[in-house]
Design a protein. Structure first.
Length: 532
């Protein structure tokens, strides 16, 4: 579960006005607010006016450590109020509907989940009261049933101990309105994340061995600049060939799992390994963003998903690059929901990835897609030339020089937090300042919540502190190839006696890490699975 929070402002919803009159209908409406069925999440929906009009929402993953719940329960309503006030010119919300979503574990029941989450619900309700927010409803959704934390009634007619069943899919007023408007809700959050998650088993072991071989082959080429550029060129040629192969072989089935299995069969372990290693070069990764238009973007998205599923074993951190590319390709195709989720997952394994961070912020700010495309093209144009066949490069037209105006637009985006400076130290302070400091449109489907304004201050390279030379903020061409450290840090290239790279201790990860049982929470650390 990722550790980001997500907020969205109210926007134009292309469907008739929908009135929700009961807890049943409120419980059923959540996926339409989000665009998918959230998992292990805390969601707050803001309402304004006498009619309780939708004014925005925030989502945060429920922290694994219960000692964090009081902090999250206190801070998330405050975040919601700030976001609504920021987007409405100072008008606060009048009320809120809260959702606590968690599926039962093995041997547990939904009722046990509900009771287990009650301390979090109590902290949340207390904070809402302190802020003057009227809580219309607070629901726990678990195991196909729901419970109310605010209902004072008792008995089977109102709030039975075992909860009330969710409405049958497609039978509610919200479902009917969404169908009329052509809005389709996705599956569960776990199903979306599974498309970017490597499976376990024999196939993962074989892929890990293939990446071992690719790393051993790549390391000598990194010692010489000309050979390094040759490796980058070889990686891009392979990417171009794989994108062409996927375009020529569309999946025969529409179901996501079947389509992914089809794509997996179109890639060999050796091909996937060479590309994954090559994409650890930041300039090569940035160049790969240019597969971003039309059918090329659609095929590239399939490729990045398939490669993310190949980041097996100790090479899990290699998934940062391809998940970032998957997020960008999804955004290029107009799917902000998948884009943001992919970028969250990228930042989970590589918290210092400036490109993923900036794309995450830009997608949430409502930045025009073509402006981001222009920025990426202009940034890549500043990189050293590579010898590449015309059939592969460039996937899109690349200008002769950079575009300062576009670069300035990206790096001038301001963070929601106050007094944010530039550089790694300020970036760390900004992330620790609040558990809920990210904005996202959420994009439930074409139409639920529209992007709100979002921000990120001037960015420096998180590793070196140098100023960015390209849109990614990582334009130095630095490589990080080898087996990652034991805690999932950046890959290293130290070879052992057998000639294969060996792990080094991973560098400290300032955010989005899982704590061991009993470890004290850091100040401002996010709960698992958030978005904002």
């Amino acid at each position: 579960m990722t550790q980001r929070n997500e907020s969205a402002a109210a926007g134009h919803i292309p469907m008739p006005s929908v009135t929700l009159r009961s807890p049943d209908e409120l419980a059923d409406a959540l996926p339409y607010f989000m665009g998918f069925h959230p998992s292990d999440s805390l969601v707050l929906v803001a309402l304004q006016g006498d009619r309780g009009l939708f004014a925005g929402r925030v989502r945060l993953g429920i922290p694994e450590a219960e000692e964090d719940w009081e902090f999250i329960g206190r801070e998330l309503p405050r975040c919601l109020v700030q976001e609504v006030e920021r987007r409405t010119g100072g008008t606060p919300p009048d009320g809120v509907v809260a959702y606590l979503c968690r599926e039962p574990g093995p041997g547990d029941s939904g009722r046990q989940v509900m009771e287990g989450l009650r301390p979090l619900a109590d902290a949340l309700l207390a904070s809402c009261r302190d802020l003057g927010l009227r809580v219309l409803e607070a629901l726990c959704l678990s195991g196909g049933r729901f419970w109310s934390y605010v209902c004072t009634g008792a008995g089977e007619a109102c709030c039975p101990p075992d909860g009330r069943p969710m409405l049958m899919p497609g039978t509610s007023v919200m479902a009917a309105s969404a169908t009329f408007a052509g809005i389709q809700v996705r599956g569960t959050q776990q199903e979306m994340e599974a498309r970017l998650t490597p499976p376990a088993g024999a196939s993962a072991a074989a892929q890990e061995e293939a990446i071992d071989d690719a790393v051993a082959e790549a390391l000598p080429r990194l010692l010489d600049e000309e050979r390094r550029l040759g490796l980058a060129a070889d990686t891009l040629v392979t990417i171009g060939d794989l994108v062409a192969r996927l375009r020529e072989n569309p999946p025969p089935a529409a179901r996501a799992r079947s389509a992914d299995e089809w794509d997996d069969r179109l890639l060999t372990d050796a091909e996937a390994a060479r590309v994954l290693v090559g994409l650890q070069d930041l300039q090569t990764r940035d160049r790969a963003t240019l597969w971003m238009e039309g059918s090329q973007a659609a095929a590239a998205l399939r490729l990045w998903r398939a490669l993310a599923r190949r980041c097996a074993g100790v090479y899990r951190p290699y998934g940062g690059a391809v998940r970032t590319l998957a997020g960008w390709a999804a955004w290029s195709l107009g799917d902000v929901t998948e884009a943001r989720l992919s970028l969250e997952m990228a930042l989970t394994v590589d918290p210092d990835c400036v490109l993923a961070e900036m794309l995450y912020q830009a997608a949430g700010s409502g930045m025009a897609l073509e402006r981001m495309r222009e920025a990426l093209r202009s940034g890549v144009a500043e990189y050293p030339a590579l010898r590449l066949p015309a059939r592969v490069w460039p996937p899109v037209d690349v200008p002769d020089g950079g575009t300062d105006a576009v670069q300035g637009e990206l790096f001038a985006l301001r963070d929601v937090g106050e007094g944010v400076g530039a550089g790694p130290a300020a970036e760390g302070e900004r992330r620790a300042e609040s558990a809920v400091d990210r904005s996202e449109p959420g994009e439930p489907a074409p139409g639920a919540a529209q992007p709100g304004e979002e921000a990120v201050g001037p960015v420096t390279d998180a590793a070196s502190g140098s100023s960015p030379s390209a849109v990614s903020g990582r334009g130095t061409g630095a490589w990080a190839v080898g087996r990652p450290g034991p805690r999932g840090g950046r890959p290293t290239g130290r070879a052992g006696d057998d000639g294969r790279p060996k792990p080094r201790p991973a560098k400290a990860v300032p955010r989005q890490r899982r704590r061991s049982p009993g470890e004290a929470p850091e100040v401002g650390e996010r709960g698992a699975g958030g978005e904002a």
